[in-house]
Design a protein around this ligand. Structure first.
Ligand code: ATP
Ligand code: MG
Length: 305
C-alpha cells in the first residue's frame, strides 16, 4: 500500500457493516459457529456483538485459558468484515506506539520517495482499516502504546510523523484481570472507550462436556476410555479451586485429563485417580506452593465425587 493512497483513504462505517453482517447471518448462526469451537459462552457472544453493532470496542476479560482469544478470532472470522477477516496483535509491554502505527524510514524515503513500499510499513492500527482488529492481552500494553491506540479509537486517525491516516476497525480485545502480574491498568480514558465483557468458567454440565470433548480431541486416534468418574472429580475440583481463589484454565484441565488417560493407556490400563492427580500436578501452571494446595483440593474432591 502506497503512503499517498493511505492518506486518501475513505472512512468505513464499521458499526453499520457489523449490523449488516449480523442481520444477514442471524445471531443464531453466529452462536452456532462459536459453539463449534467453544461451549457455554453464548451470552458472551451476544454481549460482544451488541457492543460491536453500536461501534463500541469490546474487551473480553477473564483468567487464563477460558477461551478469550479463541472467541475473539471466531467472532471476527464469522463476521468476516473483510478478507482476511481480522488483524491480530499479541500485545506485550515492550510494544511501542510505532509498533502499532508503523513508521516512515527516512533514509528509504529520501532515496526512493515516500511511496516506496519500504518507506512506510504500516502497523496493525493502519492495516486493520475496514476489518476487525484483535488486540490480544491488551493490558500488557504500556502507557505509551496505549496512547497511540486511544488516538486511533477516538479520532479514527493514526498519526505517523505528521501524516494522518484514516482508520476504522471493529475492535475486540482480550485481557486478564488487573490483579495479574505484568499487566498495566488501562488508562482511564482508554477504559472509558470499552465495553468490558466477563468471560467465566462454563456451567458444571457444560464444563463436563467440554473437558471430555477437548480431551478426546487431544487423544486423537488413541482409543482410550475417559472414565466418567474422573471427569466428575475434575469438575468438582475446578469449582472448589475457583471458590478457594484459584481459578483454573479449561485448556490445562483438558490436557490434564487427556494426559492421565494417555499415561494409563501406555500401561495397558484405564486411568484412575492417581493418574489424574499426577497429571494435574504436572499440567496446572502454578508455583509448587499453590500446586500443593491444588493437589489437596483435588484429593478432597476425589473423595467426595
Ligand atoms: N468454554 C470452552 N469451550 C471449549 N473449549 C474451551 C473453552 N474454554 C477454553 N477452551 C479451550 O481452551 C483453549 C484455550 O483457549 P484460549 O487460548 O482462547 O483462552 P484464553 O482465555 O485466551 O487464554 P489465555 O489467557 O491463556 O490467553 C482453547 O483452545 C479451547 O480449546
Ligand atoms: Mg488468550
Amino acid at each position: 500500500m502506497k503512503l499517498s493512497e493511505l492518506l486518501q483513504r475513505e472512512p468505513v462505517n464499521i458499526p453499520r457493516l457489523v449490523r449488516e453482517r449480523v442481520r444477514k447471518l442471524g445471531v443464531e448462526e453466529i452462536v452456532r459457529a462459536v459453539n463449534k469451537a467453544l461451549r457455554g459462552l453464548d451470552d458472551v457472544v451476544l454481549d460482544t456483538l451488541s457492543g460491536l453493532m453500536i461501534g463500541r470496542p469490546v474487551a473480553l476479560v477473564g483468567t487464563v485459558g477460558l477461551g478469550k482469544s479463541t472467541l475473539a478470532k471466531v467472532i471476527a472470522e464469522t463476521l468476516a468484515l473483510s478478507d482476511p477477516p481480522y488483524v491480530m496483535v499479541a500485545c506485550h509491554s515492550h510494544m511501542t506506539a510505532v509498533d502499532l502505527t508503523g513508521d516512515i524510514d527516512i533514509a528509504v524515503a529520501l532515496q526512493t520517495g515516500l511511496d516506496h513500499p519500504l518507506a512506510y510499513i504500516p502497523g496493525p492500527l493502519v492495516t486493520a482499516h475496514g476489518s476487525a482488529l484483535i488486540l490480544d492481552e491488551i493490558n500488557r500494553l504500556n502507557p505509551y502504546a496505549q496512547a497511540a491506540l486511544l488516538q486511533a479509537i477516538q479520532e479514527h486517525y493514526v498519526y505517523v510523523r505528521g501524516f494522518r491516516i484514516r482508520t476504522d476497525f471493529a475492535l475486540i480485545a482480550t485481557a486478564n484481570p488487573s490483579e495479574y502480574e505484568g499487566v498495566y491498568e488501562l488508562s482511564e480514558a482508554l477504559a472509558d472507550r470499552f465495553k468490558f465483557v466477563e468471560v467465566k468458567l462454563p456451567d458444571r454440565e457444560i464444563l463436563r462436556s467440554v473437558l471430555i470433548w477437548k480431551a478426546k480431541e487431544y487423544l486423537g486416534d488413541l482409543e482410550a476410555e475417559i472414565p466418567p468418574r474422573l471427569v466428575d472429580m475434575l469438575v468438582k475440583f475446578t469449582y472448589e479451586a475457583e471458590r478457594a481463589g484459584y481459578p483454573q484454565s479449561v485448556r490445562s484441565l483438558s490436557y490434564a485429563l487427556a494426559d492421565a488417560v494417555a499415561r494409563a493407556w501406555s500401561q495397558h490400563r484405564s486411568a484412575g485417580v492417581r493418574d489424574l492427580k499426577l497429571a494435574l500436578a504436572a499440567n496446572l501452571p502454578h508455583t509448587s506452593e499453590v500446586k500443593n494446595v491444588l493437589v489437596n483440593l483435588f484429593e478432597k474432591a476425589a473423595v467426595s465425587a
